[in-house]
Every structure is written in structure tokens, then in C-alpha cells.
Design a protein around this ligand. Sequence first.
Ligand code: SF4
Ligand code: SF4
Ligand code: SF4
Length: 331
Amino acid sequence: MYLNPIKPSSNSNKAAVLRQRRVFAGEVMVNWATDKTKRVSILRLVTQSIFLLIIFYVAIVGLWKGLLILLIFGATIFLGRLFCGWICPLGLYMDTVTLIRKALKVPHWSLPSRLNEALHKSRYITAAFIFALAIPISLLSAGSTFEFSNFLWMRPPFSVYAFLLEPLQTPVLPWNPPFGALFEINGSYWTFPYVGEILLYLRDTGIALPLSYVFVGAVLAASFKVRRFWCRFCPTGISFGALNRFRALRWLPFLRLSKNGEKCTKCGICQRVCPLQVTEVYEKKDGAINTTMCAVCLRCVEMCPEQDCLSVCFSSRRIWNSRNWLDQSNR
Ligand code: SF4
Ligand code: SF4
Ligand code: SF4
């Protein structure tokens, strides 16, 4: 084997790294342009990463938490759970763990369909409980009133709703959060969704930090085997889903999936690839698919092998259809 005795200069190192990056970026672009089974997934990953940066910036400059909740919930009424599929940072962390699992070629587990269904059904009770929380808090905290300004600033009786924004927690912060972080490296503080809440509510118990580590480890380990594991329990996602369940609001989402039943061959791919194990796309005979568990990630549309069988519609207009990606001439 030939070993170069001359140590490359730092300039040539940099040039090599730049070249490698360009090759990698080129490969990603080619992959994106040619592989129809990955285009939307890559676009979604890029979008999630951009939103993570935006959310990091928003966390730095500060924003009324109440306003953020209103924006996200308002968008959900009109766009369904697009936030869950394309924006949520915790969703991105779980998707990244899934990518690692796929790279290691480890198969995933699906939750038993009965358990998944039970979780779907129990979410309304959880959502009702979450929204009712403000009442006892208002009775317990002297002087707290149901004023809009209290909501905007997340002051009692609304302070408890701040946990609905926990999935937006960025993994790193440039300052020490009020109730601490998991660890600190060179002035950057590392944390995770819900860690702040655990450290806040259990601050006097001595188990807050160990419990935070256990929580983070458990969520990441479970997400390694079960896709979007936390989304099955997440109070934020549950509340989003419950919103669109009200009869008066059910017609409102402009963005929805639709199926052309005549083209469906019942291959079952849409059901297998869905990270949330939504079954309605497969089961629906024809027409608009109304399910509050769908995070509009569009993986089922991307993977459906029948031309124009599944579509994503904005209002009544089809904006993107499934393609017969098995047909090479259609690539
Ligand atoms: S269900 Fe919760 S964790 Fe999952 S994507 Fe939605 S907000 Fe994020
Ligand atoms: S992937 Fe498409 S063709 Fe296959 S079952 Fe689902 S909707 Fe039908
Ligand atoms: S039903 Fe389709 S769009 Fe909805 S979450 Fe499942 S794969 Fe994504």
C-alpha cells in the first residue's frame, strides 16, 4: 500500500472537504430529481430543518407563547396537522432516529392495531382534560383571571398550557434555561422537549434531572423501533387532532388527502409506509379522507404505485397526485 509521506497542507484539506461536500450535495440533488419514492421525504426533511432554525431564532428573540399557540392551532383548523408532518422539531428528531434505523437496516415495529386504535380514541379525553386544566388552576391561584393578556403571556391560569409548545423545543440553547438543561458544553445548553417542564414541576424532588435523562432515552429508544412513537401520546398533536374533529370545523381544512377508489389495487403500501399507522387511506373506498390522526406527511401519496390514485388537494383543487413509480418510463 502506498502511503503519502507528505502531510497535505490545511488548504488542500479544505479543498478536499469542499469537494466532498459538493459531491454529496450533488448526489442528494440527483437522488431527489430521479427517485420519485424519496422526493417528498427529502423535501420534508429540508423543510423541517429550516423550520428548526427559524424556531431557534424565534426562541432567541422571544415571542408571546400564547400568540404562538394561537398561530399553530389556527393553522391546524385550516391546514390539518401540517405542523406535525412538516414543522414540528420533535417530529424531526424522531424522523432522524428513523433514518438512522433505516441506515442500519433494522426493521421497525408497528403497534398492535387495537392499541393504536385505543390511543386514537382516548385522545379526546386527554384533550378535554388539557383544556379543563385552567379551571382548577384559576381557582387555586389567587387573583388569576381569564384575561386575554394572561393568555398571551402564559400567566396563571393559562401558564399550564405552555407545555403545548414543548415539541418546539430546540436541542440547544445559547443560554442556561431558568430551570436548567441536561448538560452544558462550551456555553451551549443541551435540552430536549419536555425536559424544561420536568425540571420545573419536579424541581424540589431531586429526581428531576435523572428522570429527564430517562425520559429522553426512553423516547429516543422507543422511536428507534416505533416510528413517530411520541406522536401517539403527544398532548399537542392530540389537541390539534381534536380541533378538526368538531363537526362545525370538519369541513374547514383546505388541505386534505383524496382517493380515486377505481384506481386502488389494495396493494396495502399506503398502510405500511404510514409512520402513524393511519388505516383510513387504505380502507377508504373513494373521495376525501378525513382522519385527524393524519400528519399530512404525504408519504402514502409518494409511495402509492398507482397513477393518480391518491392525491393531496388544496380546497377542491388537486395539487399533487401519486405516480406509477414502478414504471421506469414514468420516472
Ligand atoms: S404529535 Fe406532537 S410530537 Fe408529534 S409531530 Fe405533532 S406536535 Fe410534534
Ligand atoms: S398504496 Fe395506493 S393502490 Fe395501494 S392500497 Fe394504498 S391507495 Fe390503494
Ligand atoms: S395517512 Fe399518509 S399523509 Fe397521513 S400520516 Fe399517514 S402516510 Fe402521512
